[in-house]
Design a protein around this ligand. Structure first.
Ligand code: G3I
Length: 366
């Protein structure tokens, strides 16, 4: 009986010292309080307070929360005259209770649309949908949330407009119209354009054109969200820096809204966050099913540190940095672009423990 006690004792000792260190550490939100907001995305179980371990991390670390799915069309507006506000209302209550501002996501997106929207045939009906959908939801939460991603992912990689149902039926002005409707319905809410890869030069140029078009129409746009779904070892630091400079010249806030770093091999040569692209699982594409090797963990820490040093350098223009999830186990990157992999993209691991990168990100602020 004495033999197993020793390892257990050491495991307990190590766990205790990690927890003790963590408890003694100032939070991310406090470490960066003079620079930018630090946010996270909450899934349904976190909004409904069914994930008690995550709950402690959320309130300790973050001063901005984004619903990962709860305000998307297929959840909140399932049919023409039906709205399901339950999850979004819970989010508002959660934000109020914990005094954390809420970043709404998202009013207009080609993905996760309800079936009835995909089946709309005429331009008039789609225009009616756009008006009713935005007006109803944005008005309900005006004064209760901080911001909206009004339009999400409207661009192709070359900077042209994505061939979505909205472009096909309403033409390119639908983006300006969406912001105009949101501005009327939600005068107290900040309005943002949000997309992935818009740090890349061609797509960035498309985003700048879109933002200038909204501004030229006399319609309010308060910020731009660069999603930040990047790959370990390939973070485009130079493009990111150039984008902060270029977008801030438009007189709007610059944010990193969905930050995570995939550590797994990419089945394609392209970097994307297109949820419709999927590939098959196999051992080559899932190399770390039981844990991350130290060498990869070190690269992960290094990339995050370099990234936050860059954000710090531009703190005058960076308004918020939001991680796309609280801990590795909940990340969408375990199931995309290949279902059932084990990924490690965030600062808290599967056991809700902070990683080395977490401590380093705090220590570089001192
Ligand atoms: O809610 C259903 C559940 O009822 C069902 O049993 C289950 C079975 O698959 O699916 C559940 O829906 C899933 C939903 O997440 C909620 O968990 C969908 O299948 C799944 O596709 C969906 O994935 C989300 C993805 O957007 C799809 O749109 C991810 O959680 C979410 O992180 C991701 O977020 C997007 C941003 O909104 C926009 N930018 C890219 C980013 C990453 O794809």
């Amino acid at each position: 009986m004495t033999i197993p006690t020793k390892p257990i004792f050491f495991v307990l000792l190590i766990s205790f010292s990690v927890i003790k260190n963590y408890a003694q550490t100032i939070s991310l939100k406090d470490a960066y309080k003079n620079s930018f907001m630090i946010g996270t995305a909450l899934n349904a179980s976190q909004i409904e307070e069914r994930d008690s371990n995550a709950a402690k991390i959320i309130t300790h670390e973050f001063n901005a929360i984004t619903p990962e799915n709860s305000m998307k069309c297929e959840v909140i507006h399932p049919s023409w005259n039906t709205y399901h506000f339950e999850q979004a209302d819970k989010l508002i209550a959660y934000g109020n209770k914990n005094k954390i501002p809420i970043m709404g996501h998202t009013l207009v997106w080609h993905s996760q649309l309800s079936g009835f929207v995909k089946n709309i045939q005429s331009a008039d009906s789609l225009s009616l949908f756009l008006d009713q959908h935005i007006s109803t939801i944005a008005a309900r939460y005006d004064g209760k949330i901080f911001s909206w991603d009004v339009v999400n992912e409207a661009l192709n990689e070359d900077g042209s407009m994505r061939n979505s149902i909205f472009l096909q039926k309403l033409g390119p002005n639908y983006v300006v119209d969406a912001f105009r409707i949101a501005q009327k319905a939600a005068p107290k809410t900040e309005l943002y354009y949000n997309d992935y890869n818009i740090e890349q030069p061609q797509k960035r140029a498309g985003a700048i054109n879109l933002i200038k078009k909204i501004q030229a129409a006399g319609v309010r746009i308060d910020g731009v969200g660069i999603q930040g779904h990047w790959q370990l070892g390939h973070v485009p630091f130079k493009d990111i820096e150039e984008s902060i400079e270029a977008f801030s010249k438009l007189g709007i806030k610059v944010m990193f809204t969905e930050l995570d770093l995939t550590v797994l091999p990419n089945p394609w040569d392209v970097t994307t966050a297109d949820v419709n692209m999927k590939a098959e699982n196999n051992a080559y594409f899932n190399p770390y099913p039981t844990g991350l090797p130290d060498s990869v963990e070190q690269m992960f820490t290094k990339d995050y540190v370099q990234l936050f040093a860059l954000f710090q350098k531009h703190k005058k223009d960076v308004f918020r940095v939001t991680f796309w999830g609280v801990h590795d186990k909940q990340s969408w990157l375990n199931n995309w672009p290949i279902f059932g992999r084990t990924n490690y993209p965030l600062l808290f691991d599967r056991n809700y423990q902070p990683k080395e990168a977490y401590y380093k990100l705090i220590s570089i602020t001192k």
